[in-house]
Design a protein. Structure first.
Length: 175
């Protein structure tokens, strides 16, 4: 074997195991290092690495915070939408009632959640010069950040409440 030759070792089950690992981290409540609050009843604990991986908004925000376990207050966001978005980031899917879809996608767009934004939208840090913005307060530093409203496009599946089959649902574009 030539010394410049390399072998590629690939784990064929990598992706499903990553998904299962994320799910386990969340269900076992291990290693949480950030807390999200909307001012309503309850808080949501999460992992910075998950938030930063699936949201350019959180990535930019968390980079600017030196606190080991920050509490992020997201004013104006309904706790059920935030819980659904966190589930989407950990599981790669989430069920949303049809009447909640527009509001859910609007929050996903504000928080720049990958997979729930239009691919045409720039994945960049929040712009603080927009008029329509949602303040975010960081408890450890009391600094303020803004979220900008943009259009959202994603793929969704229409599922009934009784539909618990293992079949792959059909997806459609949503604008």
């Amino acid at each position: 074997m030539d010394s410049s030759e390399t072998l590629l070792l690939r784990w064929n089950e990598f992706e499903p195991n990553v998904k299962q690992g994320f799910s386990q981290l969340r269900s076992e409540a291990d290693f949480y290092d950030v807390t999200l609050s909307c001012g309503e009843s309850g808080q949501i604990k999460a992992h910075k690495v998950i938030l930063a991986t699936y949201s350019t908004f959180f990535k930019s925000l968390l980079r600017s915070i030196s606190h080991d376990h920050p509490l992020l207050y997201l004013r104006g966001i309904h706790i059920s939408h935030l819980e659904s978005l966190i589930s989407f980031m950990y599981e790669g899917e989430v069920r949303v009632r049809p009447e909640d879809l527009d509001a859910f996608l609007a929050v996903a767009t504000e928080l720049k959640i990958n997979g729930l934004m239009s691919s045409q939208e720039p994945a960049e840090a929040p712009n603080t010069e927009q008029n329509e913005s949602l303040p975010v307060r960081i408890s450890s530093t009391c600094a303020k950040r803004t979220l900008n409203q943009t259009n959202s496009k994603s793929k969704i599946a229409k599922l009934s409440a009784q539909e618990e089959t293992k079949q792959e649902p059909e997806f459609q574009d949503v604008f």
